[in-house]
Design a protein. Sequence first.
Length: 184
Amino acid sequence: MCNFDEYKRLTEPDKKEKLEIWQTAIGLQDVDGLKPSDYLIETAKQNIDGKITISDVKERINSYYKAKGERNDSENRTEEADKVSAHIVWILAEKTFKFSPAEFISIHRRLFTGIYKFAGVIRDYNISKDEWILNGDTIFYASADGIKETLDYDFAAEKKFDYKGLNIKQKGTHNIFCVKRKLS
C-alpha cells in the first residue's frame, strides 16, 4: 500500500474522505498486482490537499504518459494502475450509483476508456486467463452468449439478499462469493 501516513490524523472531512477514496482506488489496483507510479502518489497528495481537482489529476496523468512515449510492459501496467486509480477516485467522489447491470457496464467503460479498446463493451467471445492471485490457475468466465442474462440474474439475486444480522466477516464472505460467481 502507498504511504499516505501524514494524512491519517486529519480531522477535515474533505481531506479524510479523499484519502480514503485514494487508498481504496490504489488498493483495488494492488489486488490485481498493479502498482502506481510515484508521480501518481504525489499528484494524489495534491488532490487530497485540495490544490488540484480530480479532473486536474486525470489531465496530468494523461500528459505524463503522453510525454513518456514508448514504454515496456511493466511501464504499461503502471500506466494502467495510475489511470484506473484516477478513474476510480473520479467515480467514487461522485457519490452516485445505481445497482444495475447497465451501471456495471458504464463503470467498466469509465474505468478503462483510453486504456482498453473494449472498455464498456460486453465481450462477444469466450475467455480464460491465468490469475496470479490464484497461483496461475484460471477462472472460468461466463460464456459470451450468456453474459447479459448472467448479469441480470446475479443483480436480481443480490438485490434480494438481506445483509441484516450479518457480521462484517459474513458480509465479506457473501461479497467474495458473489464476485467469484460473477466471474465464473
